[in-house]
Design a protein around this ligand. Sequence first.
Ligand SMILES: [Zn+2]
Length: 312
Amino acid sequence: MKLIDLHEDMGVTSQRADIISSTEQSNLREISRFEDAVIFGVCFPHISVVNDRAEELSKQYGHPARSTVPLWDDLMEQLKFYKYLERKGLVSIVKNHSDIMKQGTKLLLSLEGTDCLRDPFDLYLLHDLGLRAVGLTWNYDTKFAAAAMSRKDYGLTGSGVELIEIANSNNMIVDVAHASRNTIIDTCSLSRKPVISSHGNAKGVFNHVRNLDDESIGAIVKTGGVVGITGIMSTLGKEPSIDDMVKHMLYVGDNFGWDHVALGTDFLGIDDTPRGFESISKVKDLAEKLGDRADQVMWQNPLRVISQVLHE
Ligand SMILES: [Zn+2]
């Protein structure tokens, strides 16, 4: 089967483990067993614990320990690692939509959170370095957009508007996973290209601060985008299993249209995994449960978005 996974934390994991062949949730050797695979290779420059709010969130949601390395430097290290994988011949990095046709495992480089950007124009540099997707926030508010965990949902700022325009004109995918409701609504009404939520589930199935309410899903759908259902335990339901992932997919598919359902595992970014969905090889079990819908969800829908946004 063919797989597009909208979110795997390979960049930060590479700083402490071997994602080429030995990391348990996902590694390049396992991914190469798929007939074809495009993985969104995420860069996640850590955010320093700088204030009480950060500590509070850290305790509440069990955020990982954070680096004291400047965020921009951290991002460069992760991009260099992806380039290393390409130089080694292990992956090819997707820059244009035609790159999807290349043989072997492909990575589409994606930034999680804009905390490291000094201003919106940094996106031009990152595009030159191969980045093709930008997630507006992680769990903290940024100078561009409010996060899902914000205490004051101000949506997009003026700089955020500029950021979306630059992403659109540079053929970069805008990702609203982790963003607040107003950020999602603002972004979707502004963007001229399909918008994605790379890894987040539906509030209509399970009420969690990171999950998307119906209005947010509707806004993403209106752009022609996709919602990547994810394996993050706390957002799936009580005693989460692979069947809960199916439930979230059914909810989005049946209520908003099956053209808008996709998968973003968050493998290598989560500590625990749902029962029955412990590693990338279990995507096949998920596909089996989806039956006729599997190819559409795992391949066709995200492929459509990539093709539309990354056209030359
Ligand atoms: Zn995330």
